[in-house]
Design a binder for this molecule. Structure first.
Ligand SMILES: NC(=O)N[C@@H](CC(=O)O)C(=O)O
Ligand SMILES: [Zn+2]
Ligand SMILES: [Zn+2]
Length: 421
């Protein structure tokens, strides 16, 4: 059915009517019989795009399926997510990529784009079927061993060379475990010492980024840096961009809001890779997102079962949820303090991620002739996060009990409503 969003405010502040036709495109005139939605006080953003989502299907459907993760994404205002390759089995062949692509189409809540593994089995030894995954029906353009850092520089170089002809991108989980203390699970510093937890120094991140941007320069290929969490990492990316190296980077909501002190109670909800950092790093990440050194916000939505989190801190699985509160955290940390305006949010959470993932029908302007992908938000609304009130099958929500913006009123994927409060 056609939809008329009456009196909605665009990211640039202008007020207008937006109409989406039956066939899912923005059009000039509302056909008779269009559903009219009163958008007084609401802002329309282009549907959000997440370049870093963990759906756990196949393998751990008890923690997330393509369907449940897609529903969580729609609730968070997303119209597209990119599904990471560290499922069971690993997404390292064309056939496995097509399977996940099909599940995404069948679910129908968001466009699910498949990220392929760089190395077979994420083992870091041999390249996966990069070319075949790209030419498959899944049209994979982004590859990542996320969960593991691709350590072998030779393999990294080859992967960058492989994807260059089709302008693919290699996404790196930059974390050198050779620099980590035994059982590392906390930022290396005062708190890791007090808690007796193994530490990840910030240079474990920045030294890998430094290596990889130089390989990207040497090959002329595109590198994307996952979950940048350190001031040193930001500095290297800023240097690389100034040189014209083709590097993009993401920040997660949790690294924008939460600091190392969350670990003081040994609550394993806060165990994540890379670890939560002290305030000076959070400030560097926020500043980099504001000035564009970090291109996008990506959730790193990482669902885990309670029984996989209910362990001593060192043994619990790392990762936390992100899809449903990503925009809330960006409003709290970037918009409300005046560091990003709504056009900036549209860029960091829709336009730029769609460009990185080569999604031609996503991240487009809210304009006649474009696909009707849109999220309606109430910028004033605030609520207490309840981990039980979630479309995700997992409950490792790090924002549980916090008062945060609660903006998402409705999400439309090519004109079809995929979420309504
Ligand atoms: N972020 C995490 O701590 N965990 C992720 C993997 C990853 O993003 O590295 C997961 O798959 O659970
Ligand atoms: Zn990672
Ligand atoms: Zn991840």
């Amino acid at each position: 059915m056609a939809t008329l969003l009456r009196g909605v405010t665009l990211p640039d502040g202008t007020r207008t009517d937006l109409t989406i036709s039956d066939d899912g495109l923005f059009v000039d005139e509302a056909p008779s019989g269009a559903e009219v939605v009163d958008c007084d006080g609401l802002i329309a953003l282009p549907g959000l795009v997440d370049v870093h989502t963990h759906l756990r299907e196949p393998g751990r459907e008890d923690t997330e399926t393509v369907l449940s993760g897609s529903q969580a994404a729609a609730r968070g205002g997303f119209t597209a997510v990119c599904a990471m390759a560290n499922t069971t089995p690993i997404t390292d062949t064309a056939e496995k990529a097509e399977h996940i692509h099909d599940l995404g189409v069948r679910a129908g809540y968001v466009d699910v784009t498949v990220i392929g593994a760089i190395s077979k089995g994420l083992a870091g030894e041999q390249l996966a079927e990069l070319g075949l995954m790209h030419t498959s029906a899944a049209r994979v353009t982004m590859f990542s061993d996320d969960g593991n850092c691709l350590m072998n520089p030779q393999l990294m170089r080859r992967a960058l060379e492989w994807v260059k002809p089709f302008d693919g991108v290699i996404a790196q989980h930059a974390q050198d475990s050779n620099l980590a203390g035994p059982g590392a699970c906390c930022h290396e510093g005062e708190i890791s010492g007090r808690l007796g937890l193994g530490g990840w120094p910030s240079v474990a991140e920045s030294t890998i980024i430094a290596r990889d941007v130089q390989l990207a320069e040497a090959t002329g290929s595109r590198l994307h840096v996952c979950h940048v969490s350190t001031a040193e990492g930001v500095d290297v990316i800023r240097w690389a961009k100034a040189r014209g190296i083709r590097v993009t980077a993401e920040a997660t909501p949790h690294h924008l809001l939460l600091n190392t002190a969350e670990l003081m109670g040994y609550d394993t909800t806060y165990k994540v890779n890379p670890p939560l950092r002290p305030d000076e790093h959070i400030e560097a990440v926020r500043a980099a997102l504001a000035d564009g050194t970090i291109d996008v916000v990506a959730t790193d939505h990482a669902p885990h079962a309670t029984q996989d989190k209910d362990h001593a801190f060192v043994d619990a699985r790392p990762g936390m949820l992100g899809l449903e509160q990503a925009l809330s955290v960006v409003i709290e940390t970037m918009v409300n303090p005046g560091r990003l305006d709504w056009a900036g949010v549209a860029d960091r959470m829709s336009h730029a991620p769609a460009r990185i993932a080569s999604l031609s029908g996503q991240g487009r302007p809210l304009a006649v002739g474009e696909p009707g992908n849109v999220v309606l938000i109430d910028p004033e609304r605030v609520a207490t996060v309840d981990r039980a009130a979630s479309a995700s099958l997992s409950r490792n929500n790090p924002y549980h009990g916090r008062s945060l913006p609660d903006p998402v009123e409705a999400t439309y994927l090519r004109g079809r409503q995929t979420y309504r409060r």
